[in-house]
Design a protein around this ligand. Structure first.
Ligand code: DX5
Ligand code: ZN
Length: 227
């Protein structure tokens, strides 16, 4: 699959989200929406009502990343509302298989996210239940943090696990992804790239998306894991 770019609106203007989504909609594949509840992570952002409002105005699908402590209760509602993709955290889900299946039956892509220190190997048997694996490359909670290189070996191992099972699971990296780090992520095996500050702190967010995509494509072509 060609690399996909999912700009995070965590670094956008929260007083004018619709306009900031429109700025990247012609160039990005997804809009990454970070839902934080101040329990799973030490930050509070937005919830279902804002997602419902964004769904009415966004020209591209929403990639909802739920950093909340009770995803079993809330995740299916994001899918039912019309989100294109809903990711729950492995560390938070009490019944991940049931919740991932509920997301899929509501018509959304089901994502499973893991924090930097959470190993992926324990989730190998769940790969058939998911459409995307999200590897956090910062500790979740805030935009603008420094990319954690220590996660790159896990990106490689996750790509190997996915290849080994021959499943069409996308591999997303989230946190500190920028012009400086995106090539390392693509080379290691990521194919969906979340970028918040690297897109919305740029003078021209659409141009930033195009550049990130070109870099990811070059690094993927050079790496050869996608063959
Ligand atoms: C962090 C969020 C990320 C964040 C990325 O917990 O999940 O999506 O917005 O922001 P940057 O790209 O600035 O690290
Ligand atoms: Zn995120």
């Amino acid at each position: 699959m060609a690399p996909q770019i999912s700009p995070s609106i965590l670094s956008a203007d929260f007083a004018d989200l619709g306009a900031d989504v429109a700025r990247i909609a012609s160039d990005a594949d997804w809009v990454h929406v970070d839902v934080m509840d101040n329990h799973f992570v030490p930050n509070l952002t937005l919830g279902l009502p804002v997602v419902q409002a964004l769904l009415k105005t966004s020209a591209i699908p929403l990639d909802c990343h739920l950093m909340i402590e009770d995803p079993d209760r809330w995740a299916p509602q994001y899918a039912e509302a019309g989100a294109g993709s809903v990711t729950i955290h492995a560390e938070a889900a009490g019944a991940p298989i049931r919740t991932l299946r509920a997301i899929r039956s509501a018509g959304a892509r089901a994502g499973l996210g893991v924090n930097p220190a959470t190993p992926v190997e324990g989730f190998a048997d769940l790969l058939g239940e998911i459409d995307m694996l999200l590897l956090m490359t910062v500790e979740p909670g805030f935009g603008g943090q420094k990319f954690l290189d220590v996660v790159l070996p896990k990106v490689r191992r996750a790509r190997e696990l996915i290849r080994g099972r021959d499943l069409p699971v996308w591999l997303q990296v989230d946190g500190g992804v920028s012009a400086e780090t995106i090539e390392r992520c693509a080379e290691a095996g990521a194919d969906v790239f979340v970028a918040g500050s690297a897109v919305y702190n740029a003078d021209d967010p659409a141009e930033a998306v195009r550049r990130l995509r070109a870099q990811a494509q070059r690094a993927t072509d050079a790496a050869g894991w996608a063959e």
